[in-house]
Design a protein around this ligand. Structure first.
Ligand SMILES: NC(=O)c1ccc[n+]([C@@H]2O[C@H](COP(=O)([O-])OP(=O)(O)OC[C@H]3O[C@@H](n4cnc5c(N)ncnc54)[C@H](O)[C@@H]3O)[C@@H](O)[C@H]2O)c1
Ligand SMILES: [Zn+2]
Length: 352
């Protein structure tokens, strides 16, 4: 079993091992004396894994109840939060009980926000089941939901008591969702570990190496989060590829292009632009491109740079300080560079 400690204000452990789901109860018991454990999951994950998790919790003396959210990003809203609150209240949950988030990033973000706010905060255990959730969203304590005005506009920082990662859950994930998660995996290598990128390049199978991949990514994210729990500095590096990526996602109306696909395009493009501007070591963009292609991710934007620029500018208009781009000095080394709007225009358009 791999164990990673996250040194936030209240430190916690992330444990990673194939088959861990069936030992949920023993592990959760070590971090709480709760009588009740409420499992929050979604309609796709519930039939696959809720029974195993509930049985293990019951075996360790927890009373359990399962709340099933409708699956999908479109349900990541205030109505889902209200549904969770009502379920917790109806089941007589108090501040000593524990909430268990079992599912992808949507479930984790919703259950996390409910845990942060129900009775002003109850314990949370994350059991992420997508590659994205296992390497990214379950670590770091960001929780929240979408408003009509935009994604993740409401939320709270709420660190879990424990994160349990069972890479076996990836066996039921679609290839598209594995690819989506791989975009973030590549991102971690880009910003912090060039050797990891070389390992990925030589990798025969994601599933076979899942434990190793997840451990490396979680370690990188845990270090960054511990250094910058509330996102005032270093944590920004995690946005590599995301400024252009978010613009691609938005232009595709959040349906033509998934988050991972958009980030892949964003990483390749920003690396190429920065290379052309002499800010990034030559060959970096080619390496990222190779990795994206290997894992089934797109590398070319369906939108013109002018369109992306318009979307980015619109997003950041209220921020007079210009735009922060995360760039790579070389693979494995990232930095933040602030551009004025005029500089952004030159940077994005001149190099095309
Ligand atoms: N909190 C953070 O720091 C953070 C970071 C990155 C992303 N996010 C959020 O995460 C969300 C995206 O996460 P996601 O891609 O996991 O989405 P998701 O939770 O919607 O999961 C994707 C799909 O996979 C299904 N699924 C989950 N696990 C499965 C399994 N093991 N087998 C089969 N199907 C399974 C789900 O039901 C869903 O249909 C976004 O809402 C994003 O904003 C949060
Ligand atoms: Zn992302």
């Amino acid at each position: 079993m791999q164990t990673i400690k996250v040194n936030t204000t209240k430190p916690y452990k992330i444990i990673i091992e194939k088959g861990l789901l069936s030992r949920t109860g023993e592990e959760v018991r070590q971090v709480t004396a709760a009588k009740k454990a409420v499992i929050i999951t979604d309609s796709n994950v519930a039939p696959l894994y809720a029974k195993t998790v509930a049985a293990s919790l019951e075996n360790c003396g927890f009373k359990t109840a399962v709340f099933v959210l409708p699956a999908g990003e479109e349900n990541k809203n205030i109505a889902a939060i209200e549904g969770i609150y009502n379920f917790l209240a109806e089941n007589g949950c108090n501040r000593k009980d524990v909430l268990v988030a079992l599912g992808g990033g949507v479930t984790g973000d919703l259950a996390g926000f409910a845990a942060a706010t129900y009775m002003r905060g109850i314990d949370l255990v994350q059991i992420p089941t997508t590659l994205l959730a296992q390497t990214d969203s379950s670590v770091g304590g960001k929780t929240g939901f979408n408003l009509t005005a935009g994604k993740n506009l409401a939320g709270a920082f709420w660190q879990p008591k424990l994160v349990i990662i069972d890479p076996n859950t990836l066996n039921t994930l679609t290839a598209a969702l594995i690819a989506d998660g791989m975009a973030e995996v590549i991102k971690y290598g880009c910003i912090k570990n060039a050797d990891f990128l070389q390992k990925l390049l030589a990798l025969p199978s994601v599933i076979d190496a899942a434990e190793e991949i997840i451990t490396e990514c979680v370690q990188i994210k845990a270090d960054i989060v511990a250094a910058d729990e509330f996102e005032s500095g270093q944590r920004m590096l995690l946005n590599f590829g995301h400024t252009l990526g978010h613009a691609v996602e938005k232009l595709s109306d959040y349906s033509g292009c998934s988050h991972g696909q958009a980030v892949a395009i964003g990483m390749v493009q920003i690396a190429r632009l920065a290379e052309n501007a002499g800010l990034t070591k030559p060959g970096t963009a080619d390496l990222i491109e190779k990795l994206c292609l290997k894992f089934g991710l797109p590398i070319a934007s369906p939108y013109k740079m002018q369109e992306l620029l318009g979307t980015i500018a619109l997003d950041k208009k209220s921020d007079s300080k210009g735009i922060n781009f995360v760039l790579l000095k070389k693979p494995g080394e990232a930095f933040v560079k602030n551009f004025s709007f005029k500089q952004t225009e030159d940077f994005l358009l001149n190099a095309e």
